[in-house]
Design a protein around this ligand. Structure first.
Ligand code: SAM
Ligand code: SF4
Length: 499
């Protein structure tokens, strides 16, 4: 029986958390975690399909691993995650020595799937067709989540609150690879965060492709989807999502909402975590702008533990492009939401994702994105060159923006964002910020994050790694604040209203 597993992760934070869950399951089955490929009996790649480049890296890596398998035929090779789902048999065609391909909805089956690989091997070796393919499930069965837990060490923990995505952005493969949205029950998330706080974690990062859809569909079929949601909002005195008052968290956590059927949405989850757990910092990603509204911003303003940071991917500043992308909002509607958020949460930090070179993007469309970035002044931005993904709506359109133009637009936005970030960070010099100390960096300095997610470096003893400390900012670079600890270790403070 194989006993040591090596797992490499590509892509987003959801994949990182999935990998932790996979290692949790396998270590509970008696596997050891190998630090190097050479020490492993099973090598798994947890892959990403969002852009072609991510897939090519995984294909390249597995190609090299096949060489290892030629030397050690007993080695088990597996491809998991989004690329497994998107490329299915293509993986076996290009990588004939791979034993197992399993999609994101099948991760909880992994111990069984590996057992099947072992069993087939015993019967069929050396038949190269003796592989296992498991990619057909539409929804991850969250109610079958195994109890085993495993986390990378640190001060911050990922907590997946929902899986899948029901949106249909024209460029995006995620709904195909990760399937339909399904949320973890509130009580389960509360219990996990409480447990993490007790174990010494000071921050959680709540994960979902669109966290604002939390509660829409639970594994038992309940949720606020469709007419039931509207009835609940009416029962709470709201006239629509933007007009709805904050949810009564105390009754929520008990499972009843003001006489109406059960209503648990994302703002209610934030309020419950803030009120009922000892966790000191809560972050979350990703918020789709269409579903981010007043209730969310009020919860961010009211909840002490929720950090003043929002990742709100705009994708483009051109309404024409936003329509083609099927994003469901205009640039003006997006900016109105940001204005409301900034009114409720002063000094909130904002980050975004932008795609350049989407089919049909003209110079004028691109300039609209530049103008939006100048107006919003994000604290950080991820800029992506459009990459056609087979199976998506946009893959059927001509990828008509030349590679050199995509490259030039990408570079221009990176430079613009770097300038804005430099100016924004310079304004923090002289102020005091609360830093969650994470580690000692390669230069020997302590490094941590402010509530606004800015990296701060400073000198100090190892003893304060994991603590929340006040730091006076002395200097700023384009990406980092440099400072010194301004008082002994504190339990908690806020940078919300700097002196
Ligand atoms: N669910 C999140 C949202 O809606 O904002 C993001 C998920 S996706 C994994 C992360 C980012 O990748 C997207 O926001 C988008 O900017 C980018 N992306 C997705 N598909 C892409 C494609 N085909 N080409 C280039 N970038 C893409
Ligand atoms: Fe992809 Fe859009 Fe879903 Fe985000 S919301 S995962 S970009 S389809």
């Amino acid at each position: 029986m194989p006993r040591a597993v090596y797992l490499q992760t590509y892509g987003c934070q959801m994949n990182e958390r999935d990998s932790e869950e996979i290692l949790g399951m396998l270590t509970a089955q008696g596997y050891a975690v190998a630090e190097r490929e050479a020490d492993a009996d099973v090598i798994l790649l947890n892959t990403c399909s969002v852009r072609a480049h991510a897939e090519e890296r995984a294909f390249g890596k597995m190609g090299a691993l096949q060489q290892l398998k030629r030397e050690r035929p007993e080695l088990v090779l597996g491809i998991l995650g989004c690329m497994a789902k998107a490329q299915r048999e293509e993986v076996f065609r290009r990588l004939p020595l791979v034993d197992l391909v399993a999609g994101p909805a099948e991760i909880y089956d992994l111990p069984d799937l590996l057992a099947r690989v072992a069993e087939r091997r015993q019967r069929d070796l050396p038949d190269p067709g003796a592989h296992v393919l498991a990619v057909d499930r539409a929804v991850r069965p969250l109610d079958r989540r195994p109890p085993a837990d495993y986390r990378a060490r640190g001060v911050s923990a990922f907590v997946t609150i929902m899986e899948g995505c029901d949106k249909r952005c024209a460029y995006c493969i995620v709904p195909t690879t990760r399937g339909q949205e399904v949320s973890r029950p509130l009580e389960e998330v509360l219990e996990e965060v409480q447990r993490l706080a007790r174990a010494g974690y000071r921050q959680v990062v709540l994960l979902g492709q669109n966290v604002n859809a939390y509660g829409k569909r639970f594994p038992d079929g309940s949720g606020w989807r469709g007419p039931a949601r509207r009835r609940q909002l009416l029962a709470l005195g709201g006239g629509g999502p933007d007009a709805a008052p904050p949810v009564d968290v105390a009754s929520e956590a008990g499972g009843e909402a003001a006489g109406a059927a059960r209503l648990v949405d994302f703002p209610a989850l934030l309020r419950a975590l803030d009120a009922k757990t000892a966790i000191e910092r809560i972050r979350f990603t990703t918020s789709h702008p269409f579903d981010a509204h007043e209730e969310l911003f009020r919860a961010m303003a009211d909840c002490r533990a929720v950090c003043e940071f929002l990742h709100l991917p705009v994708q483009s500043g051109s309404d024409r492009m936003l329509r083609a992308m099927r994003r469901g909002y205009t640039a003006a509607a997006y900016e109105a939401k940001i204005a409301r958020l900034r009114a409720l949460v002063p000094d909130v930090a904002l980050s975004t994702d932008i795609i350049v070179g989407f089919p049909g993007e003209t110079d004028a469309d691109f300039e609209a994105t530049v103008a939006l970035m100048e107006r919003v002044r994000y604290d950080s931005a991820f800029i992506f060159k459009y990459s056609p993904r087979p199976g998506t709506e946009a893959a059927g359109w001509v990828d008509d923006v030349p590679r050199a133009v995509k490259e030039r637009r990408n570079q221009a936005l990176l430079e613009l964002q770097a300038r804005i970030a430099r100016e924004t960070l310079a304004a923090w010099v002289g102020r005091e910020v609360e830093v969650l100390v994470e580690e000692r960096n390669r230069r020997g300095q302590l490094s941590g994050k402010t509530r606004r997610n800015t990296t701060v470096v400073f000198d100090g003893p190892d003893a304060i790694i994991g603590a929340l400390v006040p730091v006076r900012v002395a200097r700023a670079t384009g990406t980092t604040l440099i400072g010194e600890v301004s008082a002994p270790v504190i339990e908690s403070s806020s940078e919300r209203s700097p002196a």
